[in-house]
Structures are given as structure tokens and as C-alpha cells.
Ligand binder design. Structure first.
Ligand code: PGA
Length: 250
């Protein structure tokens, strides 16, 4: 099943979020062969969940981030444990969290462990954080990934959703070229199979995906889908991206 994950970031007020959530529910109903995962801002998680009371089986809710500590004196933060019973997934390691909140390495390891401890599934975002494309895959892409996932079991890695997101492509309007994404994701897949015995990892691409440029990327058999930011605020764009998968794989 292909996956279309939507990261609404820090956009939308309550009324807009609920309206868009309703539109996603209807889209998921018309595209039953695609799994939709929607990550609204934290205040709208419960209202969106309520709006989806009768949600189709292929529609899921995600948190955008969370603290690894289960509870504590962390004013303004939400722990991953507090999402239990509310969401299905939690994003971990998004490049905007890495950039603005310095989340990396040990912090990500702990967040991944906390997501599994809460009975949720992580969408683990990784990829070069530099402003340029990877030159050395082993040191720039694989080595930091290894540090962050090394405590996970084979079963956990198999249920984790990987999202390859080069920082330079996120929110920049410059999506990575399909052959570049293909090369990076193949390298990661080969590594996950060899080192962790996970031959069929779930891997998405994210970074300026929209309805105009998704066609080439949709054609890549190495990808299981997309993590979409800006364009995910427009249901028409998501419907067009979804249709691309539909016509290609059904
Ligand atoms: P973008 O964001 O599609 O706006 O580049 C992607 C993401 O934040 O995951």
C-alpha cells in the first residue's frame, strides 16, 4: 500500500484544520488503496480525531513531535507518552526540529524508543542537513542514520516508516531529482537489509513534493510514498498526487 503523509506544520486555525480534516476523510474514502497519515498542529489533534469518528481504515493521525521523557517539568512541551490513545504515528527527527530545537543523535534515539513504548509508530525523518546534495553516502547519510536507529530491534525497524528528507529540499520549492532520490534510497535500503536484516523497509520521500512535480517521483519503485508539507494544506494537490499512485499501481 502506498503512503501519503501530510505534515501541516504550524499552519491552520481550528476551523480551517477541521475543514481540511473532513476533506482528507473524504479523500481517503475515495482512495482506499492509499494510506493517508495526517499530522496537524498539536491543539487540533483531538478535534481532528473527533471529526474522524467514523474514519475509513486507511486514514491515520500523527503527532509532529514529542518529548522522550514520559512526564516532567517541561512547560509547553508534550510527551510522546501523552499521545497514547490519540494518535497512531509520531514524526521523529524532522529537519525543522533538528534545526530549531537541536534534536539529533541521542535525543532522537530516546524519542524513537518512547514512540514504541507508547505503542505508536514512528515516522523517522533523516537525510542530509546540509545545503547541498550528498557526496559521500556512507559518511553523510548512513553514519548519522546508524547512530539514531542503532538501539532498535529488527521488528521495530520493520514497522518504522523512514522518510528521506534532504533539508535543502524542504520548503524550498526545489524537490530532489528522481534519480538522485532513487540512488539515496537504494543505498539506505541495501544498508538496512545487510546490517539490520530489514529487507523491506518502508521508505518515503519528502521535500517540496507537489502535484506538479510528483510524477517522476511517483514512478520510482524504491519509494513507498511521500511526506508532503506545504502542498498537504491543499486537498486538490493531495488528490492529484494520490491519483498518480492510483493510476500507476492499480
Ligand atoms: P515541504 O515539507 O513539502 O513543504 O517541503 C516537507 C516536510 O516538512 O516534511
Amino acid at each position: 500500500m502506498k503512503i501519503l503523509a501530510a505534515n501541516w506544520k504550524m499552519y491552520l486555525g481550528a476551523a480551517e484544520a477541521l475543514q481540511l480534516a473532513g476533506a482528507y476523510r473524504r479523500l481517503a474514502e475515495t482512495e482506499p488503496r492509499i494510506e493517508f497519515i495526517v499530522a496537524p498542529s498539536t491543539p487540533w489533534l483531538v478535534p481532528v480525531k473527533d471529526e474522524w469518528r467514523a474514519r475509513p481504515k486507511n486514514l491515520f493521525l500523527a503527532a509532529q513531535s514529542g518529548r522522550a521523557e514520559a512526564s516532567g517539568a517541561y512547560t509547553g512541551d508534550t510527551s510522546i507518552a501523552q499521545y497514547r490513545g490519540v494518535v497512531d504515528y509520531c514524526l521523529v527527527g524532522h529537519s525543522e526540529r533538528r534545526r530549531y530545537h537541536h534534536e539529533q543523535g541521542r535525543i532522537i534515539q530516546d524519542q524513537l524508543a518512547a514512540v514504541f513504548a507508547a505503542g505508536l509508530r514512528p515516522i523517522y525523518c533523516f537525510g542530509e542537513q546540509t545545503g547541498r546534495a550528498v557526496r559521500n553516502v556512507a559518511t553523510e547519510l548512513i553514519a548519522p542514520l546508524d547512530v539514531e536507529i542503532r538501539d532498535l530491534t529488527t521488528a521495530q525497524l520493520a514497522s518504522l516508516v523512514f522518510a528521506y528528507e534532504p533539508a535543502w529540499a524542504i520548503g524550498s520549492g526545489k524537490e530532489a531529482a528522481a534519480d538522485y532520490v532513487d540512488t539515496m534510497v537504494r543505498a539506505v535500503r541495501t544498508h538496512l537489509a545487510k546490517r539490520y536484516e530489514v529487507p523491506q523497509a518502508t521508505v518515503l520521500y519528502g521535500g517540496s513534493v507537489n502535484d506538479d512535480n510528483s510524477r517522476d517521483l511517483t514512478a520510482l519503485p524504491t519509494l513507498d510514498g511521500f511526506l508532503v508539507g506545504g502542498a498537504s494544506l491543499h486537498i486538490k494537490s493531495m488528490a492529484t498526487i494520490a491519483k498518480g499512485f492510483h493510476t500507476r499501481y492499480s
